[in-house]
Design a protein around this ligand. Structure first.
Ligand SMILES: [Zn+2]
Length: 323
């Protein structure tokens, strides 16, 4: 860490290879080597999209893939959580309904504007053709608490809030007939979990609840689709290991009275050998450790990230900020 790192992921400019993986006659995964994933569910009479990509222009590539396998209308967009990179492409699908948990809706009200500015500043590549995003927020048109069931003809789709983890409003999309789960950012695979808005104490129990459903296939928030029970277990175990080991390291330092910068240094060193090869490790870790330090000390709920706070944190932990 002797050379200053460029802020967040502003130096990450390389386009990723997209895969469109068939999981069953009803389910597909749109994945991109660690960039944010989109899930596609095709029922008897309609298509549901889980997470939208970051811009309407990027959503067009998902629509193009969908149209290669079905001409049914795209009726529903489900937002697994409020992060801009997951929701700002929604208008590109022109859905009848945009569905999210009430907790996600509340987070959009409370911090949607700041989050949008923060995320675009952190990772410009992920917001290709950002001018195609309509002004303002992407508002859900339907909300639910705990559980909602949609019937796409004879296909049952469950939207479940199994507990807090990546955010307060996390929702998973579950196909009980096919035993396929779309986890949003509650589970990552070969990609570093972002915990800047997380509830780290709650996250492991939420992973337990996912495992208890018995998914045979799982589409994580980032990384390849997991298409066997062994791969699903690896995704759950890897996410749990990162979340618990990171939080434990930060708690140890905080309880010893160390400041954030010192805790960051020791946690980075502790995690790098095991997790450093996962995509966006260097991007996530300052934000992850900052939230963990907050949760271990004074802040039950995540503080709102702003573009300004992002830069201040980066400068505090990584030294010089170059933008
Ligand atoms: Zn997220």
């Amino acid at each position: 860490m002797s050379t200053p790192k460029k802020f967040a992921s502003q130096a990450d400019l390389e386009e990723k290879q997209v895969s469109f993986t068939r999981l069953s006659e009803h389910a597909y995964a749109y994945t991109a080597e660690g960039d944010p994933n989109t899930g596609i569910i095709i029922g008897d009479d309609a298509v549901l999209v889980a997470d939208t990509q970051a811009t309407p222009a990027m959503a067009q590539d998902v629509v193009r893939r969908i149209r290669e396998v079905t001409d049914k209308p795209i009726k529903y967009v489900v937002l697994t959580h409020y992060h801009a990179v997951r929701v700002l492409g929604a208008s590109g699908f022109d859905p009848q309904e945009i569905i999210a948990s009430q907790d996600t809706y509340d987070l959009i009200v409370e911090r949607g504007e700041q989050d949008k500015a923060s995320e675009i500043g952190r990772f410009p590549r992920l917001f290709r053709d950002v001018e195609s995003v309509p002004p303002g927020m992407t508002w859900p048109t339907m909300t639910f608490s705990r559980k909602m069931t949609l019937w796409l003809g004879s296909l049952e789709v469950q939207l479940l809030q199994l507990g807090r983890g990546h955010t307060k409003g996390d929702t998973v999309v579950w196909l009980p007939q096919d035993r396929i789960l779309f986890s949003g950012d509650l589970v990552e695979y070969d990609a570093t979990p972002y915990t800047g808005d997380a509830y780290l104490r709650d996250w492991p129990a939420t992973l337990d609840a996912i495992a208890a459903l018995g998914p045979e296939k799982l589409v994580p928030g980032r990384g390849a689709a997991l298409t066997t029970p062994a791969q699903v277990k690896a995704g759950l175990d890897g996410t749990r290991a990162f979340v618990t080991e990171m939080f434990a390291s930060v708690k140890r330092g905080a309880q010893a009275g160390e400041d954030l910068r010192s805790v960051y240094r020791s946690t980075y060193a502790a995690l790098k050998p095991k997790f450093g090869h996962w995509v966006i490790f260097d991007h996530c870790l300052p934000f992850d450790v900052s939230r963990a330090y907050d949760e271990a000390t004074a802040h039950r709920d995540p503080r709102i990230w702003t573009a300004q706070r992002d830069k201040e944190l980066w400068e505090a932990l990584e030294g010089q900020v170059r933008v």
